[in-house]
Write a protein that binds this ligand. Sequence first.
Ligand SMILES: C[S@@+](CC[C@H](N)C(=O)[O-])C[C@H]1O[C@@H](n2cnc3c(N)ncnc32)[C@H](O)[C@@H]1O
Length: 358
Amino acid sequence: MATAASDFSDKVRTDALQLVTMSAIPGAVAALARLNIFQALGRAGDDAVLTVRELAALALPGKAINITYLARLLRLMAAKKVLREVVAVGDDGDVTERRYALEPIGRFLVDEAFLPLLLTFQSSGFLQTWEHIHESVLDDSIAPFTRAHGVNAWEYFQQNPELGVTFNKAMAGHSEVYMRAVLDVYRGFEHVNVLVDVGGGFGSSLRLITAKYPHVKGINFDLPQVIGACPPLPAVEHVSGDMFKSVPSGDAIFMKHILHDWDDESCITILKNCHQALPEYGKVIAVNHVLPEIIHFEGGDHMAVQGDIHMLAFNPSGACERTERDFRKLGLAAGFKQVQTICTVDNLLAVTEFHKTV
Ligand SMILES: C[S@@+](CC[C@H](N)C(=O)[O-])C[C@H]1O[C@@H](n2cnc3c(N)ncnc32)[C@H](O)[C@@H]1O
């Protein structure tokens, strides 16, 4: 006989209910971001602890709003430790006032590092994709995003340039945060003179690398529609093209979050094009989420597995996060002689070098 729901422990019931209502969390964060609430709290300064009405006046001046709705969204943020709630209680025990301040996660969002990423994932175009995952399990010839829209994400960005810009800002913000951490531990740019960033987006990684190593000349390589929107950067030349045809030459090639967008065959094509563009002593420096062989439930392990499903949902068929062994196999198949993980950041991102010679 099937177990009745009441036979499960309260912990199991609560965890299951959390799981099925979880989309309320990014949905509420996105709503508050679209209403400028985090940004307004950030502008109010580090010590700001504001009432709902004060926040509304700062973020949405002159707008008639449903203050109760706003208050409910803010309470969820306090429950999730994005905001801190400070309450005043009257003599009768009633809460007379609720005030809100930024917690570290909220502050991180205010920095705008991750807001564009959240707004990309919470856009209707991306949300519709989730309805199609099961169809791709049954028939992987069409990726979930393409099932939802008839085109892949890169083509969708061309049709919806506003979302394309938000996505490119998201990746720039991601690089801004993680490349600083990579540069703290990775020393492999020290002897590089010309560094090509394949799929470099707006060039944020090269901006940080060339700032730390001024002798490095950067070549930022991406699709024409991305390069066309790039801001000029000192020490960086923007070049447009298609990495599946060829990539510019340099003594090292950098790729952050590129290989996880593609299936093995496409990755080998990209790596072969890099191999051809490098001198004998050259190397590819790839920064990727690295999947654990076995999940140990340490912070990064969880995140890599979660990110892997984002790759499945939003990228062409076969796109995935990979283990260190997977990267080694790809590199050897593309003609590299040595593939080595040099260091990791946050137990999540690995810096892997692919060398042409041993
Ligand atoms: C996930 S983003 C990573 C951006 C950047 N490397 C970062 O980590 O911030 C993938 C990048 O690959 C670029 N891309 C996709 N297809 C490409 C192609 N065929 N040739 C060159 N770049 C391409 C996209 O435009 C995008 O900037």
